[in-house]
Design a protein around this ligand. Structure first.
Ligand code: ZN
Length: 112
């Protein structure tokens, strides 16, 4: 198989490491802030809001990680760069902007 996607793979793996580091940091923050809540109620609310924000970041990070893992699996399987809906090539420029994209621009815009 050609090595045309070596750069993409490196990019995806670097992104994955960054996301994993970010996720670990978010988890550490949640663990720290989910200790016993302050007795002062206003302080409790602030703490809970912070947890929600951190959990939100975690979800977005998890979704991005899932997309990166799927793209890496496609690289391994040799079907990277093909639209998951119509099977057409996604296009080099779109893949450069969004390496873990799984749909061509036509399908992505149709789904909007
Ligand atoms: Zn498509």
């Amino acid at each position: 198989m050609a090595h045309e996607y070596d750069a993409v793979r490196r990019k995806l793996e670097r992104q994955k490491q960054e996301l994993l580091a970010r996720a670990a940091k978010v988890r550490a923050d949640i663990t720290r802030s989910s200790g016993p809540l302050d007795k002062d109620f206003a302080e409790q609310v602030v703490q809970m809001e912070n947890d929600a924000v951190l959990a939100g970041i975690g979800e977005a990070t998890a979704a991005e990680l899932a997309q990166i893992n799927r793209a890496l699996a496609q690289l391994d399987a040799g079907n990277y760069g093909l639209c998951s809906q119509c099977g057409q090539p996604i296009g080099e420029r779109r893949l450069q902007a969004l390496p873990y994209s799984d749909r061509c621009i036509t399908c992505a815009e149709a789904a909007r």
